[in-house]
Each structure stands twice: as C-alpha cells, then as structure tokens.
Design a protein around this ligand. Structure first.
Ligand code: AMP
Length: 510
C-alpha cells in the first residue's frame, strides 16, 4: 500500500535498531522504537476520529512524541498543521477556524483556554505536554505497535503550514507528499547526507526549516539526531563534539561566536553548518570561518516552496549569497510587472518552479492565482539578482522595497554599507511615509556592545557613497532589532515604530 512520505521517511526506521534520536539527557530512542511511537500515535489519531485528508493541528512543545505525531499524521494520510507555540488563543482561533482540523492537540496547560476554540470549530481537543505526557499520550500507550498505513497519492496533501503573515492574513501553504520528498532528496544529495550523520537539531519543529529541512533530510538518509527542545547555547556547546551537522538560523551562529569557549576543537567532528531563514551577515560568515575553519553553507527557501537554492557543498560557498538553484528547481529573477526573466546583474523578483513548489493557499484560490504566473512560476516576493556564474543574492522582500520620490531603494544595499561602519552591530533600512517623497529611507542602527555611534560620521560616509535618493533621511538607534522566532527582522514593527517621524509637524523633518 503506497504512502510516499511514510514509505520513504518513516518505514525505513524498522531497519534501524541504533539510536535515531538522542535527548539532551543522553537517553536515546532507536529507529525501531521511534517507528513504534509513530504507529501508536497513528492508532491514537484514528481513535480520535482522524481520517485521510483531515487536518491535525498541533500547538505543542518540541518533544520526540510531537515528532512522532508528524509521522503518525502521514501514516493516517492526514495533513500535519503545526502551529507556533507562541501563538495566542485568538491567533489559534483563526487557524483552527480556517483549517477546520479534526483534532487540535495542545499543551495540557493551555487546554482550558483552547477547549472552547476547538468546540466552536468542531475539532476534538487532546493534550500532549513538554514532558511527553497528556491525554494523547495515554491514548498512544493503549495502541498496538503496528498500524495499517493509509494509502496516499504523491499529490495528496501532507502538511498545511501557515506563513508568518506579517502583512495581511496568514495563509495556509498546502504541501504535498511529492513537494516534501523531492526537496528532501535534493538536499540530502547536495549536502552529501549519509547514515552516519548526526544532526544537532535545535530548531523549532513548527516551521519548514526544523520540520522539513532538518528532520526529513535526516530521516531520508537513515541518519540520527541530537534532539534539543530549543536553542540552548550550553547544550549545543556540550553536544557539538558528538555531531556532524548543525542547521540554524543566523542568530545561532552569532550566539555561538559570542561564546568564548566556541572554537575549532569543539567542531572537530563537524562536517557541515547550514544557515537559512534569514540573511547571514557576510561578517558572521568570515568570523565563523576564522574561529572554526568551517565555511557556513547558506541556503534559501520559504514555507511555500521548501528550499530553492543552496551554496555548493564542494564548490565556493560565497558569503552574502544564497548560492545556486537546487537540481530540479528552476529559479529566475524576473521583471515584477511582466514575469520576463532578467539578465544576470539585474535586480528583480525571484520566481520559482519545480516539484518543491506548493499546491496553493488553503481555500484562497484568488490569492493563489495572483502569486503564480500562467507558466507555473511562483512569485516569491523576494527581490534578488544573479551573478554571471549563477549565484543568487537576495536584496530584501518586495514589500520592503522603498520607493522614494519615484526611485527604488533596495534596503540591503544601504544595510551592507551601514554594517561596515565603526561601532555598528547591525542595521535595518525601512521606508516610512514622507510628505514630499511618498516614502523616506530610514536607517535603524544597533550599536556593538559598549560602542557609541558617531551618527554624523556615518551620515558623512552615506552621503559620499550613496546616490542622494538612497541616503537615509533619518538615522535611528535602537537597543535591538525586533525578530521573530526564526530570526527574521520584523520590519513591519520598525515601520510602525517610526511611521510618524516625517509627519509635517514632527521636529525631525529634514
Ligand atoms: P518562511 O516562509 O518563514 O520560511 O520565510 C521565507 C522567507 O525567508 C524568504 O522568502 C526570504 O525572504 C527569507 N529567507 C529564507 N532564507 C533566507 C536566506 N538565506 N537569506 C535571506 N533571506 C532568507
């Protein structure tokens, strides 16, 4: 009975009596044992009335039991819908109302708050806690170790992942078995993943990076992982010598570099550090190599498309770029208005076509149509530019593009220059309303610890090096940039914070 995702990722665990997943306390779960957990959880899902095609929404802590629910959902032919643990009851209400899951699985501590939401939308509520216990676990314990896996087609939905929705309503990206498998295969091959790899898994499993990139590649390769409940610097430093691969968001790497004991010797057994989900500063790349001898491999993807590009495993890993299109994935930089591919060196919108690209937005046919070209390319909304030899550099999101006095300003260009200035730790360049220019460029700066920023000197450099329309009309200092859990700078929050500085009566209006 075929079930592509289950057959390729989970069924092979039957042949793995060695550890598949090791927890920070050193307790391991073998592949065989984990598969039994998947089967019991699948039995429990069926017992809770989950049928093929149903959505299984989970807002639970990252535990081996939670990961088993992902496998179990595939085994029953249902659709896995993980929710960020930080979402409030009101946000969960939106997702549950939109996706109408058969089951809502939550932390026991939130059961009272979320029970009315489940009831209002016709979902069964069950619980699974950070200690792996709860009503759902009790049901699992009562199930047999074997499960009759449901038949599925490769075009059937395997997951529904909501986008972070910083503008407008969050949309559910429908991902099929084929989408997930094709990408796991491409990444495992490109990154030379093998059964003896040990991934240090510290990413959340409600997001494409930790759930699909990290977990699916490990499962597909018959590899194993050190499974941390979250990013814990001390645990990472302690476990690094046992690992071969780390996948992280850029903040993982800056935090590691902040730890004086993080050095080359700790990374002796490592063969690969991967970064993605947000831009890795070239400076971090350089400092990391100097400290460890490893060049971080940066890749680029998104919820809707899985991964699109990656720096090469064997070739030149170029700082500041997201590398080359993955095999089987077509990536173009196109004119935003027409979709016509642009030549290397020109900046346009990044568009993607391939088996990795999602089926569309859940119950949003119009929105889906708007974001696909007639020729099947998905318009990512990221702006980028190819080098002559095919490396893609991202310059920001289309919605972050600043149009000032009719001219386009790509924030990244200004940010790169700002980041080079003495005392600047990092920066974010945003557009805010301006009475004359429509939008004005504003630079938001974070100082390095103990540094005092000389704004006049920075301004002088900007005036010398940037065309006038690109020059920030205000330089603002903040203690830190607002970031979401995946390390992405939330420019929408910065825009809100500074959106009144050029109001006609505001004192800073230049
Ligand atoms: P998400 O759907 O949450 O994974 O967010 C996807 C978005 O993250 C992409 O559209 C990019 O804007 C951004 N992103 C992902 N990887 C990178 C990267 N390596 N560098 C810069 N931005 C990235």
């Amino acid at each position: 009975m075929p079930n592509p995702l289950y057959d390729r990722l989970f069924a092979p665990l039957a042949g793995k009596p060695s550890p598949f997943l090791t927890q920070p306390d050193g307790v391991s779960i073998s592949g065989v044992e984990f598969l039994a957990m998947v089967h019991r959880a699948a039995g429990a899902l069926r017992g809770q009335g989950v049928r093929a095609g149903d959505r299984v929404a989970v807002q639970i802590a990252k535990t081996p039991e939670a990961l088993a629910v992902y496998g179990a959902t595939a085994a029953v032919g249902a659709v896995f819908l993980p929710l960020n643990a930080a979402y409030t009851a009101a946000e969960v209400d939106y997702f549950v109302g939109d996706a109408q899951p058969a089951l809502l699985l939550v932390d026991p501590a939130r059961a009272d708050a979320l029970a009315p939401i489940a009831a209002a939308h016709g979902a069964t509520l069950s619980t699974l806690g950070a200690d792996g216990r709860g009503g759902f676990r009790d049901l699992c314990d009562a199930q047999p170790e074997v499960f009759a896996v449901e038949n599925c087609d490769e075009d059937d939905l395997a997951a529904l992942l909501y986008t972070s929705g910083t503008t407008g309503r969050s949309k559910g990206a429908m991902l099929t078995h084929a989408n997930l498998l094709s990408n796991a295969e491409a990444l495992a091959r490109e990154w030379r993943y093998a059964a003896d790899d040990v991934l240090l898994h510290a990413l959340p499993i409600f997001h494409t990076h930790g759930l699909f990139v990290a977990t699916n590649v490990t499962l597909l390769s018959g590899a194993s992982m050190l499974f941390l409940p979250g990013f814990d610097l001390d645990a990472i430093l302690r476990l690094l010598p046992q690992a071969t691969v780390l996948m992280g968001v850029p903040t993982f790497y800056t935090r590691l570099l902040d730890a004086p004991q993080f050095d080359r010797a700790l990374c002796g057994g490592m063969r690969l550090f991967v970064s993605g989900s947000a831009p890795l500063l070239a400076e971090t790349h350089v400092a990391f190599e100097a400290r460890t001898g490893h060049r971080i491999l940066e890749r680029y993807g998104m919820t809707e498309t899985n991964m699109n590009t990656s720096n090469p495993y064997a070739g030149d890993r170029r700082a500041g770029t997201v590398g080359l299109p993955l095999p089987g994935v077509e990536v173009i930089v196109a004119d935003p208005d027409t979709g016509t591919p642009l030549p290397a060196g020109e900046t346009g919108v990044v568009e993607v076509r391939g088996p990795n690209v999602f089926k569309g937005y859940w119950r949003m046919q119009e929105k889906t149509q708007e974001e696909f070209r007639d020729n099947g390319f998905f318009i990512t909304g990221d702006l980028g530019c190819f080098s002559d030899d095919g490396y893609l550099t991202l310059v920001g999101r289309q919605k972050d593009l600043i149009i000032t006095g009719g001219f386009n300003v790509y924030p990244k260009e200004v940010e790169l220059l700002l980041d080079e200035q003495p005392g600047v730790l990092e920066s974010a360049v945003i557009g805010v309303p301006h009475p004359d220019f429509g939008e004005a460029v504003v630079a938001v700066l974070v100082a390095q610890p103990d540094a005092r920023l000389d704004l006049a000197a920075i301004d002088a450099v900007l005036r010398e090096q940037l065309a006038r329309y690109k020059q920030p009309k205000a330089l603002e200092i903040v203690a830190e940039l607002p970031r979401n859990t995946m390390g992405k700078v939330q420019k929408n929050l910065l825009r809100q914070k500074f959106d009144e500085i050029f109001k006609a009566d505001a004192p800073k209006n230049p």
